[in-house]
Design a protein around this ligand. Structure first.
Ligand code: NAG
Ligand code: NAG
Ligand code: NAG
Ligand code: NAG
Ligand code: NAG
Ligand code: NAG
Length: 556
């Protein structure tokens, strides 16, 4: 058969279309499986759910991504503001497509009766005002602990890659940050530090290369970057404890402080870690003054893992006289320093105390990191006060996990939407209160919520089936984090988004890369809600959303 040039072009276009079709098929839906507390998305060596980024087309186009308690997980639909109304169908609702966009141009009241006559109607308006701008976003991430490294090692390469891509690729949830312990943490098979031997070694003569556990981690992170197509990760490194010989009580935990004569050695230890990591092509973006200093002061009564106690005044002294000058006078002078990496109730008191004992100490801090464990008992006004006192310091939530807070059931709850909601509350609250970033705790844990050397088991966004080694389970927590991290890119500026009723929580950002607006909103109610998104430039769109559901809308 003679193929004309014209037909050739046509065939080529067909080929291109089918190729595009194929590449679109990379967007793979969640394989939902019922589990004890709800539903999880299952990945195995040949299957894992991903969502390729889709940009809104045309001036008034939008892309809406939704997850719900019932089972929506990153269901995506595109539309136009000129459609005026859109309905998000919940998972399992009677439709050939569980998430078919439904454009409603008729009287809402009538339609409502037709669809769900028994659900009480609520209407909430979200006013998005692009002229009111707030903080700039640094990023989102999770922690690569010894436990994470250990679990990954037991999984087939395909599943390891699925975990990496799920978190760090654009078709995953687009993390760009990572927290990493310097030495051990409780999420390890045993406590450890660099230069445990020889003791009393002020020159750290045995801290000359990466520990074999970090060597393994570095290789894994190399692979993570490769398969996720990400060349830079903002790594935040934090020490839980110094080697025992540097401490007033020579034990990993309990009431114990750094001995004064090792203040400079402990600063040098941090510098050494920066040097060695950089030599491995793993530059560190930030360090902190140490994990949860109060665990070594009074927290040890309940907490039995590695810690190093500091008071505000001893930390101020070490920071002002040792750590600060050591870092700032080195080639790592631009590495960020964060304090004080503890619970919200220590803010801003801790820094006021530091400032009183060493006025220069807090000048060394680029930012402040906080852990979420007591947030239910200590409201965000403490953050507002802190931000008012030190408006130029970055605020980052650097540890959160379900199943660890006081009075909470320990360990993993497979499929728990409620635990996802807790993250949603925390993310909305933090972002509404000046936070620049959010770094979650362990990326992945086993079915029990470990391994943890003191059995302090907790939940994680992905749980590995280490029994079979053939599956991983993405928890609702994963998607909740993703509703923020996937869409609110580094450099995004928060803009005002005010809901008319508290049954909707919301936060909105302007993205610098695409100029688009990303607005996250959450229906915490047990009922369907009609949300009117009213943007200061784009106008209004009415979105009907199911009970207990979380959404991100992106538009120009
Ligand atoms: C992985 O899951 C998919 C989807 O359920 C299934 O078709 C496939 O057989 C599974 N692969 C393996 C190796 O179990
Ligand atoms: C250096 O540390 C290793 C453990 O990492 C230990 O086996 C070795 O004995 C130490 N060297 C000295 C001289 O203490
Ligand atoms: C540490 O190094 C310094 C300078 O290199 C040296 O003078 C000192 O003796 C060393 N101290 C010990 C305990 O090895
Ligand atoms: C630190 O102390 C100085 C002098 O008392 C005071 O002016 C400043 O506001 C304090 N800063 C903070 C963050 O407490
Ligand atoms: C892990 O896999 C095994 C073998 O397939 C299965 O029996 C077990 O139920 C799985 N665990 C979970 C938590 O799903
Ligand atoms: C929010 O909605 C609920 C239920 O419709 C209503 O009772 C309440 O008054 C509303 N609150 C505000 C602040 O509008």
């Amino acid at each position: 058969m003679k193929v004309s040039g014209y037909t050739g072009t046509f065939v080529f276009l067909l080929y291109l279309l089918s190729y595009m079709g194929f590449s679109y098929a990379l967007t793979t839906p969640c394989l939902l499986r019922p589990s004890t507390f709800g539903s999880v998305c299952v990945c195995n060596v040949t299957y894992c759910d991903f969502l390729d980024p889709v940009t809104p087309t045309g001036v008034d186009g939008f892309v809406l991504t939704s997850s719900s308690k019932m089972g929506l997980r990153f269901s995506s639909l595109s539309g136009k503001f000129s459609d005026k109304t859109v309905m998000v169908k919940d998972y399992g609702s009677q439709s050939t497509d569980a998430f078919e966009p439904m454009v409603m141009l008729v009287n809402r009241g009538n339609l409502k009766t037709k669809i769900q006559p028994k659900v009480s109607q609520r209407k909430v308006k979200i006013k998005v005002d692009r002229n009111k701008k707030f903080q700039k976003v640094v990023g989102f991430g999770g922690a690569f602990t010894g436990a994470v490294s250990h679990i990954l090692e037991t999984l087939p390469q395909e599943l390891q890659d699925a975990v990496y891509q799920s978190f760090y690729s654009k078709k995953g949830i687009g993390y760009t940050m990572m927290r990493m312990p310097i030495g051990g943490s409780d999420f390890d098979l045993a406590p450890w530090a660099y230069n445990e031997l020889p003791e009393d070694d002020v020159n750290l003569s045995n801290f000359t290369q990466l520990h074999y556990l970090d060597e393994k981690k570095a290789k894994q992170i190399e692979q993570l970057k490769l398969v996720s197509n990400i060349d830079k990760i903002k790594i935040m490194a934090t020490a839980w404890s110094s080697p025992k010989w540097m401490k007033t009580r020579k034990s990993w935990n309990g009431l114990s402080f750094l001995r004064k004569k090792y203040y400079q050695t402990w600063a040098d230890y941090h510098l050494r870690f920066l040097e060695i990591m950089e030599a491995k092509n793993m530059p560190i973006w930030a360090i902190s003054t140490g994990n949860e200093p109060l665990n070594g002061v009074f927290g040890w009564v309940f907490i039995h893992f590695m810690s190093l106690g500091w008071t505000p005044s001893s930390q101020a002294e070490w920071l002002a006289d040792n750590l600060g000058p050591t870092i700032r006078n080195s080639k790592f002078k631009d590495v960020k320093i964060f304090g004080n990496e503890d619970q919200r109730y220590t803010f801003p008191f801790w820094f006021k105390q530091m400032n009183q004992s060493r006025p220069k100490s807090i000048d060394y801090l680029d930012g402040l990191t906080m852990h979420w464990y007591w947030d239910e008992y200590f409201g965000p006004t403490l953050i507002d006060e802190t931000h008012k006192l030190m408006p130029d310091k970055l605020l980052i939530s650097s540890e959160s996990c379900a199943g660890a807070a006081p009075l909470m059931k320990a360990g993993v709850q497979l499929g728990s939407w409620e635990r996802g909601e807790r993250y949603a509350y925390s993310l909305f609250e933090d972002l509404q209160h000046s936070f620049n970033g959010y770094v979650d705790w362990n990326l992945i844990l086993n079915e029990q919520g470990g391994p943890n050397y003191v059995d302090n088991v907790v939940d994680a966004p992905i749980i590995a089936n280490v029994t079979s080694g053939q599956e991983i389970y993405k928890q609702p927590i994963f998607y909740v984090l993703g509703h923020f991290s996937k869409f609110i890119h580094e450099g995004s500026i928060r803009i005002e988004a005010e809901p008319s009723n508290i049954s909707i929580l919301t936060v909105a950002f302007e993205r610098p890369d695409t100029g688009t607006i990303a607005c996250v909103f959450f229906n915490s109610a047990q009922a369907e809600v009609v949300v009117t998104l009213a943007d200061s430039i784009r106008g209004n769109i009415e979105i009907t959303i199911p009970p207990k559901s979380l959404h991100t809308i992106e538009y120009n």
